[in-house]
Design a protein around this ligand. Structure first.
Ligand code: ZN
Length: 498
């Protein structure tokens, strides 16, 4: 690919490091999918030994020498090579600028805080979790300081997940979105149309699995380079050549299982669309979490909740579940797929109100990181803002401030990517509709290749060549704009909830 000798050596180092990372990911996948209950300790030892090797490879001092050499020889690097170099520098700094005592302390805290969060949630006891969360906030600030971002720590945290996104930009996007979204939510909730979901009972899991395999194959998930298994928490991991998805099945909520699996498949299609030959460097790696999420949302929502999706797949669905769907009309099925209701729990909420849950978390973590809000006052502020933004006061901390795992791992700055991802999904959707006439008619015929090819050529193939905003601009002609999500939600939901 390159003939620059220093870059070739650097690429070999990056390959070693990312290969070790992929082994770690595979061990993690296996832990959640296959691990026998009494093998947990052995797996912990394996993970710990592999982490050490991976960390060693990522922080190899020879990488610093190679980076400096290349940084002094930019005239001999082409555009792509400069991109590889820029990201290799960013990754290397992130791995080495934190003192090793800090890294060890953080790993220890993450493990302890996770256990404390599990117990605190089970017992509805925020006070038991409070010291761990305080420590996570303090260590996030400390990390931002080590990285040279003590002045704008929340910007630093956002950038970890979405390169280039700033607090100011997200504030602006969420402000505009909230203003337009609240009237839509109100109109839907005030509607006399109420989906009946009582028929969603007793859908055998093996039949759901067969149906999902049929759908994902038809949508283009490559089973020669990937698998779908079941796990308690759905996720997508692996590489472009070996993509591992997990899903979960509920006998009494098959549509949640289906849309959840399509979500993970969307992540998987993005991963499979990344350049395999560049899998170890920036050109074959995903941009960030918002773009990743946009890809999962496209297949889950724009495609998987459409009338055209059901026009094609409904006969197969009825074949799989003849008894369960007896007397249920096409409209009933479509409506149940697009139910909207205020839920206290983010992960149980629909694609309309989900965004409000994210705005709530963004407002809170921004204040926690700026010091405007102390952890002690977090539960009360959560409840107050939840009423104001989501329209619901949680009955307990268990279904309120303690519901998500993210903060126990100190993952501040991650939540916004879910909602920004929804915005980008809608923005890309309208760009695709412009480029591909009558696209949705393809779906009614069970064809998804035009959409997948468009995503591959416009989004997947670029790897990290562009940051989040740059890629959105390249694909759609403008920076992230929440109006597209509003337009999409209006077009999808207002004709249903008249
Ligand atoms: Zn996702």
């Amino acid at each position: 690919m390159t003939d620059h000798p220093t870059l070739i050596t650097l690429l070999q180092k990056l390959e070693k490091s990312s290969t070790l990372e992929s082994v770690l990911a595979l061990l993690g996948w296996d832990q959640q999918v296959n691990l026998p209950p009494k093998s947990v300790e052995e797996r912990a030892r394996q993970l710990s030994a592999m982490s050490e090797l991976a960390h060693h490879a990522a922080t190899d001092p020879e990488i610093e020498t190679l980076l400096q050499e290349l940084e002094g020889d930019l005239d001999h690097l082409n555009q792509d090579e400069k991109i590889i170099l820029k990201h290799a520098r960013k990754d290397y700094d992130r791995s080495t600028k934190l003192p090793s005592a800090f890294v060890a302390e953080k790993a220890h805290l993450d493990a302890e805080a996770y256990g404390a969060w599990v117990d605190a949630r089970a017992n509805d006891d925020f006070e038991a979790f409070r010291p761990y969360l305080e420590k996570q906030v303090a260590m996030s600030l400390e990390a931002a300081g080590y990285m040279g971002h003590a002045d704008k720590p929340y910007d630093y945290l956002l950038d970890i997940f979405d390169p280039g996104l700033t607090t100011e930009a997200v504030e602006d996007l969420f402000g505009k979105l909230k203003e337009q979204l609240l009237p839509i939510v109100k109109q839907i909730l005030d509607s006399t149309v109420k989906p009946d979901t009582s028929f969603l009972k007793g859908f055998p899991i093996n039949k759901q699995d067969e149906f999902l395999t049929l759908v994902t194959k038809q949508m283009g998930f490559d089973f020669d380079h990937g698998r779908i298994d079941t796990a308690v928490h759905p996720f997508c991991t692996g590489t472009a050549v070996d993509t591992r998805l997990t899903t979960r099945y509920f006998e009494d909520d098959p549509l949640d299982s289906l849309t959840g699996a399509l979500h993970e498949m969307g992540h998987g299609l993005y991963q499979q669309g990344l350049s395999a030959e560049n899998g170890h460097n920036a050109l074959g790696q995903h941009v960030g979490m918002a773009i990743h999420e946009s890809q999962s949302r496209t297949w889950e929502n724009q495609v998987g909740r459409s009338r055209e999706f059901w026009q094609h797949f409904e006969p197969k669905y009825r074949e799989a579940f003849p008894e369960q769907l007896k007397g249920i009309s096409s409209d009933d099925l479509f409506l149940a797929t697009n139910r909207v209701q205020i839920s206290p729990i983010r992960v149980d909420s629909d694609e309309v109100t989900y965004n409000l849950h994210i705005i709530l978390r963004f407002e809170l973590e921004k204040k926690l990181i700026s010091g405007e809000l102390s952890v002690k006052d977090l539960p009360a502020e959560w409840n107050r803002l939840s009423e104001e933004i989501v329209g619901h006061t949680p009955e307990s901390n268990k279904t309120g401030v303690l519901q998500d795992v993210h903060w126990s791992g100190g993952m501040f700055g991650y939540f916004p990517s879910y909602c920004v991802g929804n915005m980008i999904a809608a923005q890309f959707w309208y760009a695709a509709l412009k480029d591909l006439p009558n696209l949705t008619e393809d779906f009614a015929q069970g064809k998804f290749d035009r959409l997948l090819k468009w995503l591959r050529e416009n989004v997947h193939c670029h790897g990290k060549r562009y940051n989040t905003q740059e890629l959105v601009k390249k694909v759609s002609g403008e920076e992230i704009n929440p109006d597209y999500l509003i337009r999409y939600l209006k077009e999808r939901y207002l004709p249903i909830y008249t």
